[in-house]
Ligand binder design. Structure first.
Ligand code: PLP
Ligand code: CA
Length: 302
């Protein structure tokens, strides 16, 4: 028996919400930007929150860039955000391996893009795979046996536009033939918005290939898992009840906030519409919803 979550309330008094927390965690795509375009009013909203002493943290499930590369993206968009405030799922994969003392003499097999490689390198881990394996083909001659590096102790899977059968087979061998091999997913987003013309298969599609072949479930380090929330809370010494998670997606962002025991605000500037939020088939209800974060500048108590 599950009690139905209380329906989300439209945000009417932003000041009250702002005063009730010390930290805002912002999802990126759909909240701060859409693709490469800044969403209206974001710089002024972030400035206002900083001037009121709020800590700002930015979390993205998009593993294709490292936090340094995201730092450049924020700068290009004219936003004053430091690398230390950015937590991408690429960074989370490296941080997770550090947290479990993954041995430096072992290697990580990467199914993903440059962001994951950069973060692993920065953390001092050895890796194989990545975009480099994107051009590899398997020639199935009779008796052909694919070898794999026995020093691989973890397979990290994220969004990968160079995904192919070679990588699935290689990573599957690592996981299946070494019961101690970690299987880590940066995120499991079903779809993503590479262009605004349609939905594109997301990181969940690459992860799903490995779930199918290994019959194992991955450890997810991105949203909605609690790893990044715990990491951020520990890093800055903040109570999760003092955090408001702001996102555009129910099954990643809002669930991430709820799993952490934070306040949650859904913005309708990304992938979720009001009718999706209010659909009887949706069971994830944030505390509040509003159109976009710059509503913070205009929504005052009546
Ligand atoms: N994964 C990929 C490949 C993406 O392109 C995006 C958004 O553009 C996401 C995940 C979701 O990112 P975010 O968590 O910032 O909404
Ligand atoms: Ca988003």
């Amino acid at each position: 028996f599950k009690t139905k979550a209380a329906a989300a309330q439209p945000l009417t008094n932003a000041d009250e919400l702002i005063d009730s927390v010390e930290t805002f965690i912002f999802d990126c795509d759909g909240v701060i930007w859409k693709g490469d375009k800044l969403i209206d009013g974001v710089p002024q909203t972030l400035d206002m929150l900083r001037s009121r002493g709020k800590r700002l943290v930015f979390v993205t499930n998009n593993s294709t860039k490292s936090r340094k590369q995201y730092g450049k993206k924020f700068e290009t968009l004219g936003l004053d955000v430091s690398e230390e405030e950015i937590f991408a799922s690429s960074f989370a994969a490296a941080a997770y391996l550090k947290s479990v003392d993954f041995p430096k003499d072992k290697k990580v097999y990467v199914v993903g893009e440059d962001g994951i490689l950069k973060e692993l390198e920065l953390a001092g881990f050895q890796y194989l795979g990545g975009p480099e394996d994107g051009g590899k083909k398997i020639e199935l001659k009779p008796g052909f046996l694919m070898e794999h590096d026995k020093d691989i102790g973890a397979v990290v899977v994220g969004f990968d536009r160079y995904f192919n059968y070679y990588k699935v087979q290689y990573g599957t061998l690592c996981i299946r033939e070494n019961p101690g091999c970690l299987f880590i997913a940066t995120n499991r987003d079903a779809v993503t918005h590479l262009t605004d013309a349609q939905e594109w298969a997301g990181g969940g599609s690459m992860v799903g290939a490995f779930v199918g072949s290994t019959q194992r479930e991955p450890l997810v380090v991105g949203k909605p898992s609690t790893f990044m929330m715990d990491y951020v809370a520990n890093k800055f010494g903040i109570l999760k009840s003092q955090i408001c998670m702001v996102g555009d997606r129910l099954d990643t962002d809002i669930l991430f906030g709820q799993n952490g025991g934070c306040k949650t605000l859904l913005v309708l500037s990304g992938v979720t519409s009001l009718s999706m939020l209010q659909s009887p088939s949706n069971s994830i209800q944030p505390d509040f919803y509003t159109n976009k974060i710059s509503d913070f500048l205009s929504l005052k108590a009546a």
